[in-house]
Design a binder for this molecule. Structure first.
Ligand code: HEC
Length: 144
């Protein structure tokens, strides 16, 4: 009997860790992308001097993190904080296509960064920014 109660207690305390991620977790994860995306943006807009090695470091970091937010879209996980539109789950193929376009653009930017060709880098960066916008336009609702 004691053993059963103990097992029940352990199961209960483990519950919060198992709760599906919601809007707050997703937003936090997307915000992590900004830590590399924004410094690259400053360089391509020539608000900061372009430094090849630093740019490569940010492009690599973006590539490493790019898929993470998309592991956090559990079904029925729209909560009070979430800006996710229900279409993410009712049009999964379209959402997946937006995600794939984004990941491909991030790969391309990572490859272009290594050439040090700033004109090409600007194009590739613009390509990534376009995929962020395209998905937000279709699948992100207003701020709450
Ligand atoms: C395939 C779709 C998709 C792509 C690509 C995408 N996002 Fe998002 N993003 C979302 C959705 C959906 C949310 C809202 C998540 C929520 O609140 O549930 C979001 C949220 C965010 C947030 C959190 C802040 C807020 O209040 O919404 C930031 C920051 C963000 N995205 C930046 C970016 C940047 C920068 C890129 C490109 C480098 C990008 N996103 C690419 C779909 C996308």
């Amino acid at each position: 009997m004691k053993k059963v109660m103990l097992a029940g207690l352990i199961a209960l305390t483990a519950l919060p860790a198992l709760a599906a991620p919601g809007g707050a977790e997703r937003q936090q994860s997307f915000k992590k992308l900004l830590r590399s995306f924004e410094p690259m943006g400053l360089m391509v807009r020539e608000r900061e001097p372009y430094k090849k090695d630093e740019f490569i470091k940010h492009a690599d970091a973006l590539k490493k993190m790019a898929a993470e937010p998309f592991t956090l879209f559990a079904p029925n996980s729209i909560d009070a904080k979430s800006r996710s539109k229900p279409e993410i789950w009712t049009q999964p193929a379209k959402f997946a296509a937006e995600k794939d376009k984004f990941l491909k653009a991030v790969d391309e930017l990572d490859a272009t960064a290594k050439t040090g060709d700033l004109a090409q880098i600007k194009k590739s960066f613009g390509g990534v920014a376009q995929t962020c916008k395209s998905c937000h336009d279709a699948f992100r609702g207003p701020e709450r």
